[in-house]
Design a protein around this ligand. Structure first.
Ligand SMILES: C[S@@+](CC[C@H](N)C(=O)[O-])C[C@H]1O[C@@H](n2cnc3c(N)ncnc32)[C@H](O)[C@@H]1O
Length: 466
């Protein structure tokens, strides 16, 4: 087949060879790469090319001509429309092999990094019902499925965004990656809202009341929080729902109302009202207890977070004498995990409320050797002259990777070891190349599968001073 026949609008039969980072299937036509949405390795799919660029094309599948030997039945009835768990139809062991191959490809072939140990992926013991937080949206623009009868009501939905559509919500009645109780609460809230004729928010006109439903679970404590995000304050409209929820689900320990009057489509309110129970839930990680309020950051897979932090702890190789810096520390969970095994930990983070949570969590756990500092890590790390110098630096940046000035600080420091936790192996590999060029050597990369059935992967890289 000639690459020239690949043009926008052409239909091709493609065999999927692997899974690209981000989750699309990869097919090759005489070496020319075609990314095929919603296709898994081993399938042959008739595909429609919808975009062609220099060096690659993009396609969507029209028909599966032959199935992959690693295909499994996706248990979720929303699978073909919801963009959440795009590889649910690929057997779990193969998901892990594909994720391993992606990380290997990114580090070794794309970034050209050699001579390091790539450990096998740390798998999830529970591949469903693993999320401790789910964020659903209300909408008056329900996504109507093609097989629905004409004229089906579409003015109320509670569910998840259709991929690529900020305005359309797929009504969800069961999500297999959240806690089973979450599905019961989700459906109860939908029925109560419809019964009470509460108006969902319209993201285009900005009219309507109900915006989001956020559920949080203390997986190791049994605590449950229901957070109803509304566009304005009116607790009279919510009291009866809160009452029926607390009666129907005695497991619920907290019901809050976050009020977000801004146009931005976030589940984060500028005001929070307690409707029932206590304002936060607690969760345990190892022997640490965390207090989590509606807007606090917390790792969304509790069981795998424990494995991730264990991996980071092992990577640090602590003897009990080290000064550790935890850069991008969030609410300080890694810092607190390490504090018990070392002399002193300093966490750095730019969100003030996260720092406050970190300090409170340190106090609640009786940890006196973890200290937290507000810092914008896109800028030079000023104001640390009075702090003891780090022996070990832990990095856990957002997807964009470590800020260049912070990377420079890390490589100029006298730290002998860096433990770099990442949710994006591409930016991690880019930063590792920089650190390798500036006096460090990558010794080991370990992957932890935090999000089965999705293309995401978390990696922990250990670098030593050369
Ligand atoms: C992946 S989270 C890490 C959270 C934490 N290590 C944990 O496991 O809970 C990244 C953190 O970096 C923070 N962050 C992002 N950009 C930042 C910046 N420029 N300066 C400081 N912190 C930043 C975010 O607020 C977030 O808490």
């Amino acid at each position: 087949m000639n690459e020239k026949i690949i043009s926008k609008g052409s239909k091709l039969d493609l065999t999927i060879e692997s899974l690209a980072f981000g989750g699309r299937g990869v097919a090759k036509v005489n070496g020319f790469v075609v990314f095929v949405k919603n296709a898994i390795p081993g399938q042959t799919v008739r595909s429609l090319i919808y975009n062609k660029r220099k060096g690659f094309a993009e396609a969507r599948p029209l028909e599966i001509l032959s199935e992959s030997e690693n295909a499994v039945e996706a248990p979720c009835k929303h699978f073909s429309h919801c963009g959440g768990c795009t590889i649910q139809n690929l057997e779990y062991e193969e998901q892990l092999r594909q994720k391993q191959a992606q990380v290997e490809g990114i580090f070794q072939h794309q970034a050209g990094i050699e001579d390091f140990a790539l450990e096998a992926v740390v798998p999830a013991d529970e591949t469903y019902h693993y999320r401790n937080k789910m964020e659903f949206s209300f909408s008056n623009r329900r996504w109507v499925l093609t097989d629905e009868p004409e004229g089906a009501a579409a003015d109320f939905a509670l569910g998840l965004h259709i991929p690529g559509r900020y305005d359309k919500i797929l009504d969800i009645s069961e999500c297999h990656i959240q806690q089973p109780l979450g599905n019961e609460i989700l459906n109860h809230v939908r029925s109560a809202a419809v019964e009470q004729e509460l108006k969902p928010y319209d993201v285009k006109t900005h009219i309507g009341f109900l915006r989001h439903l956020v559920l949080r679970f203390g997986v190791n404590t049994g605590n449950v929080m229901v957070n109803i995000v509304t566009s304005y304050e009116n607790t009279d409209l919510l009291n009866s729902m809160a009452e029926s929820l607390s009666k129907a689900f005695p497991q619920i320990t907290s019901i809050v109302n976050n009020v977000n009057t801004r146009k931005g489509d976030t589940a984060y309110g500028e005001k929070e009202i307690l409707l029932y129970g206590v304002p936060s839930i607690t969760e345990k990680l190892g022997d640490l207890t965390f207090e989590i309020s509606a807007n606090s950051f917390f790792q969304t897979n509790t069981k795998q977070a424990e494995k991730l932090y264990e991996t980071a702890l092992n990577g640090c190789g602590l003897t009990g004498k080290e000064i550790v810096y935890d850069l991008y520390c969030g609410t300080g969970s890694i810092s607190l995990f390490l504090a018990k095994k070392t002399k002193e930990v300093h966490g750095f983070e730019w969100i003030v409320s996260a720092i406050e949570d970190a300090v409170r969590n340190a106090v609640n756990n009786g940890i006196g050797n973890a200290f937290f500092h507000k810092a914008n890590l896109d800028r030079p790390l000023d104001g640390i002259k009075d702090l003891p110098k780090p022996d070990i630096i832990v990095l856990d940046p957002p997807r964009a990777g470590v800020g260049r000035k912070t990377l420079q600080y890390v490589s100029d420091s006298e730290a002998r070891r860096i433990v770099y936790v990442s949710c994006n192996p591409s930016t991690q590999a880019r930063d590792v190349v920089f650190l390798q060029e500036n006096g460090f050597t990558l010794s080991q990369v370990t992957m932890v599968d935090m999000f089965p059935h999705t293309p995401h992967i978390e990696t922990v890289a250990v670098l030593e001073k050369t």
